[in-house]
Design a protein around this ligand. Structure first.
Ligand SMILES: Cc1cc2nc3c(=O)[nH]c(=O)nc-3n(C[C@H](O)[C@H](O)[C@H](O)COP(=O)(O)OP(=O)(O)OC[C@H]3O[C@@H](n4cnc5c(N)ncnc54)[C@H](O)[C@@H]3O)c2cc1C
Length: 446
């Protein structure tokens, strides 16, 4: 190859044009594990795989990310929140483990001679408000949370008013407030910390899009296997297949699309192959508002029973707010344009009712991002597909994938390298629940 290259270069006028140069950005031709999607989930998995390998360099991990600017990645467009207040024990344990990881992040992800990681963590409890209709669910959730080890307290309307005098408690029958392990942080810093550490441990990154991923029968006895047939280089016709043993689908909101490439969802109806991965992009708006007279440092991450949320964004009277739309009013998810009328009609009235000071707020900016929305039960889908034995899903988090990424990465690495969960049992989040039609729904009263 080198001789041919020299011959071609010598035959051409000028010396700097190197027609047979191998594109240095192409992925390697072979890897043990290809992770599709370099968001926080993909890089967390890469880190944990490298962390768990017995011999340095023992597991060749490649992370393929199509957009190095992360312009549409959920991770960097999220609200950055972490809470323990879930109703499913799995989600509570994921939060507790992830909070512990973040508390000790420099022990896990620090890199010698590099700056220490500062997640900009704002410790602040989530404050969920319950109306009469759902107060009993809040009480049940509280018991589940306490049993799982989460520190949460219940507040009566009187206690609520004492603690947060700026809050209008009309219609509120009960509230639950997180005392520990809750708040918000900078999502990009977490993503970058996973990435920096994983690369320092030998993970390989490639900027490209997996455009062809197919399934085949390796031998007549085995199930089907997925293989990455085409990683397309950006702004180029060049592509390369990557031979690998395992594919991890961490493509976030677009993980359903990646799964479709394998034919999943296109088999005969009533067959396993006919059931798609129920994950699709759903657009969510985040509005940045300014209100100098709004509540101050003690502002919790407030979740009203209407579904509207608001939290402080730094200081100086800045906040971010939003809400999920009704199912029937889901906005067009083909772009990330912001609908400002959604704030006027569906968010602001609830905010102004709950916190009268917010009547005077001004929207200063806004953005939209995609939830990796699991249409089946709005919870994570983790593990292999019953027909494809080498593709591992880590997707469908529907609004809480950022906070759970540290513990999810560890769980997926355990499944791949140990063959089963070792720390947290997440088998309830497997694909099989979709086949058996047993949704794992949050009873989260919003
Ligand atoms: C407005 C909003 C607010 C949110 N708030 C919170 C919150 O407060 N707390 C919380 O925990 N979670 C929150 N979330 C959810 C959270 O952001 C996601 O669950 C999480 O970031 C998912 O991470 P990911 O790595 O799977 O996805 P992503 O960050 O989207 O990463 C997936 C990556 O895969 C790449 N990709 C896709 N297809 C391919 C392909 N074929 N080839 C190569 N690359 C590909 C994409 O470019 C993308 O970068 C929020 C989300 C939104 C939109």
């Amino acid at each position: 190859m080198e001789a041919m290259r020299k011959k071609a270069v010598d035959a051409l006028p000028g010396s700097s044009w190197t027609p047979l140069e191998i594109n240095p950005n192409l992925p390697p031709e072979r890897a043990d594990i290809v992770i599709v999607g370099g968001g926080v989930v993909g890089w967390s998995i890469a880190y944990w795989l490298k962390q768990k390998e017995m011999v340095r360099g023992g597991v060749r991990v490649l992370v393929v990310e199509k957009d190095p600017t992360y312009s549409q990645a959920s991770t960097v467009l999220s609200a950055g929140g972490i809470r323990q207040q879930f109703s499913l024990p799995e989600n509570i344990h994921l939060s507790l483990a992830s909070a512990d990881f973040m508390r000790n992040i420099n022990d896990h992800l620090g890199v010698l001679n590099e700056d220490p990681i500062d997640l900009q963590f704002n410790h602040s409890g989530y404050l969920f408000l319950a109306s009469e209709a759902v107060a009993h669910i809040m009480e049940e959730n509280y018991s589940t949370q306490r049993y799982a080890g989460a520190k949460v307290s219940l507040l009566s309307p009187t206690q609520l008013k004492e603690k947060f005098p700026w809050l209008n408690t009309e219609g509120v029958v009960l509230a639950s407030y997180g005392l520990e392990n809750e708040g918000w942080f900078d999502p990009w810093t977490l993503l970058n910390a996973f990435k920096r550490k994983a690369i320092s441990m030998g993970a390989i990154q490639c900027c490209g899009e997996v455009t062809v991923c197919t399934s085949f029968f390796p031998t007549s006895d085995d199930g089907m296997s997925a293989c990455v047939e085409q990683v397309q280089m950006p702004n180029s016709l060049e592509y390369q297949p990557v031979e690998c043993a395992i594919v991890v689908n961490a493509a976030g909101a677009f993980s359903g699309k990646l799964t479709e490439m394998l034919g999943i969802g296109f088999g005969p109806k009533q067959s396993i192959a006919g059931i798609p991965l129920p994950v699709e992009p759903r657009k969510r708006y985040v509005y940045v508002v300014h209100c100098p007279d709004g509540p101050g440092l003690d502002t919790p991450f407030l979740i009203d029973y209407s579904g509207v949320y608001i939290r402080r964004e730094g200081l100086g009277g800045n906040y971010i707010a939003g809400a999920s739309p009704e199912e029937a009013a889901e906005p067009d998810a083909s772009n990330l344009e912001v609908d400002h009328s959604f704030f006027e009609e569906n968010v602001w009235p609830h905010l102004a009712f709950r916190v009268p000071a917010f009547e005077k707020l001004k929207v200063t900016s806004a953005w939209a991002g995609f939830y990796d929305y699991n249409t089946f039960d709005q919870n994570a889908i983790i593990g292999t597909h019953p027909l494809i034995n080498n593709m591992y899903f880590a997707t469908g988090f529907s609004g809480h994938g950022l906070q759970h990424s540290p513990a999810v990465g560890r769980a997926v690495a355990e499944l791949i390298l140990d063959g089963s969960y070792k720390t947290l049992d997440l088998s309830g989040f497997g694909f099989n629940r979709i086949l058996t039609q047993e949704p794992k729904l949050e009873r989260n009263i919003v």
